[in-house]
Design a binder for this molecule. Structure first.
Ligand SMILES: Nc1ncnc2c1ncn2[C@@H]1O[C@H](COP(=O)(O)OP(=O)(O)O)[C@@H](O)[C@H]1O
Ligand SMILES: [Mg+2]
Length: 435
């Protein structure tokens, strides 16, 4: 079969030559009186020469191979493309020269200007990465480098450059895998800051306690008046440490539970009543007035009663502390009609008429240990953790915390929770029915 194929291939290859010879011979037969039999015999000899001549024609197998190879390559391309697309992080496949063959959607999100066919250096210009890329074919094994970017947004990236062949082999492509380290490093930094802050907060009262102990042991040993005074301050410092540790534990409990939404039914009116009684002594201490507005009917939500009590207590404590002497603190309640599906929401606002907070501080108030006036907060027994705890508990309830404040005009801290069922009287309260 193959030799037949070979003969056919040779004839096809010499087609134009055979046609020219046939024309020349026909002309000779027609115009010069050469006998037609001679002409035909010459033509057959020429054909025989064409068939017998040693030539490097591709064999049928080679031809088949040639036809098959692009198909095999595209199959490999498809599998490679599927693998690249399966990576959750940005993945880019490059050819040996660093041109982009293809990439996954995560890579497109990370680099808006990434295009197939473009050179990778037009999106990642970092010299360490480009060096890793140019060394990849000779190195033959993956290497990871990290680099920082300032535009379009500040971020730290880890990039692994993996040549897809062993050394000294032909390198068909290079896989580039990227990982955004910004979030990870931010969390690590937050953890380090938290430990540093917590230690600092504990170290201050501890240093003061040690100082007093030393004084009592030495100079104030026989001074009963000084001893009384010092012991009072020492008790305050110890109380401050206890408060801080209690709040740290509350925070860690709130953080641990944040992914488990509470399932018990809680009436917010019961929570408000409990908090009103609990903060009464504090109101007297601050000479403040607490005006409480309850919900007109039971306000049921899926909640954790102790957590909700803590939320309101922390907000009211702040309102007393930062609301100025003889201030008025109001608890305002509101039911918000559902906007489409659901049972609507309950909102509780703690409103004070104190010093207020300027706008630049508002977004950071719920960060741990963030305080507008650190000295004042410490003096008044603050730890800077109250609002961080509030935020976590509210998050656990899938609720919302809204803060509005203007310097000199007081502040309003509002928590919103989904109603477990519509309150009495609001059952048919669609906008039409309400009119
Ligand atoms: N009602 C308020 N009025 C003015 N400032 C407030 C009020 N509530 C909170 N803040 C500010 O927010 C900061 C953080 O509050 P919080 O987390 O409860 O910590 P702490 O009260 O222990 O200082 C406070 O230090 C204070 O600067
Ligand atoms: Mg507080």
């Amino acid at each position: 079969m193959d030799s037949f194929y070979d003969l056919g291939a040779r004839l096809r290859a010499a087609f134009w030559l055979i046609l020219a010879v046939a024309l020349i011979l026909s002309t000779l037969v027609a115009f010069t009186g050469v006998p037609a039999a001679y002409g035909f015999a010459s033509f057959l000899i020429f054909i025989a020469c064409v068939l017998a001549a040693p030539r490097n024609l591709p064999t049928r197998i080679e031809q088949k191979d040639r036809r098959r190879r692009p198909i095999q390559k595209s199959n490999a391309d498809v599998s490679m493309r599927l693998v690249v697309e399966a990576f959750p992080d940005p993945a880019i496949l490059l050819n040996r020269a660093g041109h982009v063959l293809f990439f996954n959607p995560a890579a497109q999100n990370a680099f808006a200007s990434l295009r197939e066919g473009g050179h990778i250096s037009s999106v990642i210009r970092n010299p360490a990465f480009l060096d890793a890329l140019s060394d990849a074919p000779e190195r033959g094994r993956p290497i990871t480098v990290t680099y920082a970017e300032r535009v379009p947004v500040g971020r730290r990236m880890s990039v692994t450059v993996a040549p897809l062949a062993r050394p000294n082999e032909r390198v068909p492509s290079i896989l580039v895998l990227l990982r955004d380290l910004t979030e990870l490093e931010r969390i690590n930094q937050m953890r380090a800051d938290f430990v540093a802050n917590a230690s600092h907060e504990l170290r201050t009262p501890l240093a003061s306690l040690r100082g007093f102990i030393e004084t009592l042991q030495l100079s104030a040993k026989d001074d009963s008046g000084a001893r009384e005074r010092f012991l009072k301050v020492m008790a305050e410092q110890a109380a401050r440490m206890t408060r801080l540790i209690d709040q740290l534990l509350s925070l860690s409990r709130a953080e641990m539970n944040v992914h488990v939404p509470p399932s018990n039914l809680v009436d917010l009116n019961v929570v408000i009543d409990h908090v009103r009684d609990a903060v009464e002594p504090l109101a007297q201490e601050h000479n403040a007035t607490l005006e409480v507005q309850r919900f007109p009917s039971p306000a049921l939500i899926r909640g954790d009663r102790d957590g909700l009590v803590q939320v309101l207590q922390n907000l009211i404590q702040n309102a007393f502390k930062y609301g100025g002497k003889e201030g008025v603190v109001k608890i305002e309640t509101r039911y918000i009609q559902p906007n489409g599906r659901g049972n609507g929401r309950y909102s509780i606002s703690v409103v004070d008429n104190g010093q207020g907070i300027s706008a630049e501080h508002l977004p950071r108030l719920t960060e741990r240990f963030y305080r507008v006036d650190v000295a004042y907060s410490r003096e008044s027994g603050g730890t800077g953790l109250g609002l961080a705890i509030v935020k976590h508990i509210v998050n656990r309830h899938r609720g919302e915390l809204a803060i509005s404040s203007k310097p000199g005009e007081g502040s309003s801290f509002t928590v919103l929770f989904d109603a477990a069922e519509r309150p009495e009287g609001a059952l048919d309260a669609t906008p039409e029915a309400a009119e």
